[in-house]
Ligand binder design. Structure first.
Ligand code: ADP
Length: 489
């Protein structure tokens, strides 16, 4: 099959969070199985250009209609760890992708609406006819709408669209004028069964457009698929998801074990696996040296991720003094676009500046993330909601025991050491239900207690986790089945 992935991220060249990992990992898996995959991304000025091989201009003459004008684009080709990737460079007066940031701009809606149109214009002009266009999240929600309403009439009748919801917390709301800017007719599209948002007055909802107009919709774990249909976690999309439930499925994300594998991870000083687990300790010592923690007989509890309301900021803030007060060290690596949250963590960082058992690293650091996964004993994921979550799966692979809240993909991947309805050998972490301090403490207390008092059992839990196969092997096949199901005859 010929698959075009249209997305706003692809690791490691353009990554903010899990979306980048997933676009990369799934594309890699499909390529390894012999399918042709091409990734189409915006050419951001802030990309990791050092991770793109052989970048060359592939098309110098792409003109994209936008807002009664034509914007000139150049399309570059390069390989991102072997993946064929196209980068659309936009010479618009607004300099859409020269902002030194991936997201968080006032005109994000315009930036990605334009990109969606440009990606289809590129496919049309370069006479590419993929069997499947796979697009992701609100940023590319307009792709199936444009394909159905406009590009089909221009001859692109072959591609079918699979649309993946990585997080319905961000849906791409805005004024209906955005539709006119990309050449669509708001008159016919701004209806309750199409792009009119169900809860924000007259707003357009790009994610809703993606859901309505694609041939198949997936989300990133079976439990999250259920939660967004039946609970407030659908954030206003519940009705439309139920209308389209026959084309909706939950496919658990995979992990790229070439990128996250302690047996061959080039970012860490000591490589290890189940057979030589004692080596993990060398990474713990290296982590302590790197972040100036004292070398002592204590477990390290870690948090890695965006510092966002979704991730359970209040509980992270609560966990730090709790862990320090209960004999642990704490390492945090995260960043935030929200100034209030960022301010709170900078305040805390100053407070703990000279603490021998605590380190907060506020920023994005791929290298340090790997060292933390390898060196920590436990990884905390106390999310309010979590579509899939990769950090707990990475933790499992690195023998770093996850302590998570029972929601979304966390509930699908972590099974409580004491209470899970599974054999002991399949239990792999600690889980709590209630989103509050007692809930969090109930899980942390048990995890910390096991580390101090029953090290042998703690080690078993680590090994159980390392045995899980959360690679792209199974989800890769699931996606191929979906593509096969919707593909044109
Ligand atoms: P989300 O997609 O909601 O941000 P996920 O758990 O699905 O969360 O994916 C997070 C990914 O981003 C993981 O690969 C994690 O290691 C990485 N990550 C998040 N924050 C940072 C950071 N500050 N530095 C390095 N890597 C990070």
């Amino acid at each position: 099959m010929y698959i075009a992935m249209i997305a706003s991220e692809c690791a490691p060249a353009a990554k903010v969070g899990g979306l980048g990992d997933v676009v990369h990992g799934l594309s890699q898996e499909l390529s390894l199985r012999g399918h042709t995959v091409e990734v189409i991304l915006p050419k951001y000025d802030c990309m990791r250009y050092d991770r793109i091989l052989g970048m060359t201009k592939a098309h110098g003459d792409l003109w994209v209609p936008y807002h009664n004008q034509w914007y000139h684009c150049d399309v570059y080709f390069g390989q991102v760890e072997g993946l064929k990737s196209f980068f659309i460079e936009t010479h618009s007066p607004q300099k859409f992708f020269d902002r030194r940031a991936f997201y968080g701009e006032r005109d994000d809606l315009e930036r990605f609406a334009f990109f969606s149109r440009a990606a289809l214009e590129f496919l049309l002009r370069s006479q590419r006819h993929p069997d499947i266009i796979h697009c992701h999240d609100w940023q590319t929600g307009l792709v199936p709408v444009l394909l159905y309403e406009m590009y089909g009439r221009l001859g692109m009748t072959h591609p079918r669209v699979c649309y993946t919801l990585h997080n319905v917390g961000h849906q791409g709301h805005g004024g209906e004028s955005i539709l006119r800017q990309v050449g669509l007719n708001p008159g016919s599209l701004m209806t309750p069964d199409r792009l009119l948002d169900d809860t924000h007055g007259r707003a357009v909802n790009l994610m809703k457009g993606g859901i309505v107009f694609s041939n198949f919709v997936t989300t990133v774990s079976p439990r999250y698929a259920d939660e967004i249909k039946h609970t407030h976690l659908g954030k206003g999309l519940q009705r439309i998801l139920n209308v389209h439930q026959r084309k909706l499925g939950g496919v658990l994300n995979g992990l790229d074990y070439n990128m996250y594998n302690p047996e061959m991870d080039g970012h860490i000083p000591a490589r290890y696996g189940i057979g030589n687990l004692a080596e993990k300790h060398r990474n713990k010592e290296a982590l302590r040296s790197r972040v100036w923690l004292r070398h002592d007989f204590k477990p390290i509890v870690a948090y890695i991720g965006r510092l966002d309301y979704q991730k359970g900021v209040e509980l992270i803030l609560h966990a730090i003094p709790y862990c320090l007060g209960n004999g642990c060290q704490f390492v945090l690596l995260g960043s935030s676009l929200d100034s209030a949250i960022s301010g709170a963590f900078w305040g805390l960082k100053n407070q703990y500046n000279d603490h021998p058992d605590c380190h907060l690293e506020l920023g994005y650091d791929e290298d340090l993330a790997h060292l933390i996964y390898a060196g920590a004993d436990m990884i905390l994921v106390p999310s309010v909601y979590e579509p899939c979550g990769l950090t707990q799966m990475i933790g499992l692979k690195y023998g770093t025991v996850p302590v998570v809240r029972h929601t979304g993909g966390l509930a699908d991947t972590v099974f409580d050491a004491e209470h899970a309805p599974k054999p002991y050998s399949e239990r792999n972490g600690y889980v709590f239900n209630d989103y509050n301090a007692p809930g969090l403490e109930s899980a942390l207390r048990r995890a910390i207690g096991l580390w101090f008092h029953y090290p042998q059992y703690f080690r078993e839990l680590m090994v159980n986790g390392m045995r899980y196969d959360y690679s792209w092997n199974h989800p890769g096949q699931d996606y191929l089945n979906i593509y096969q199901h919707i593909k044109a005859p």
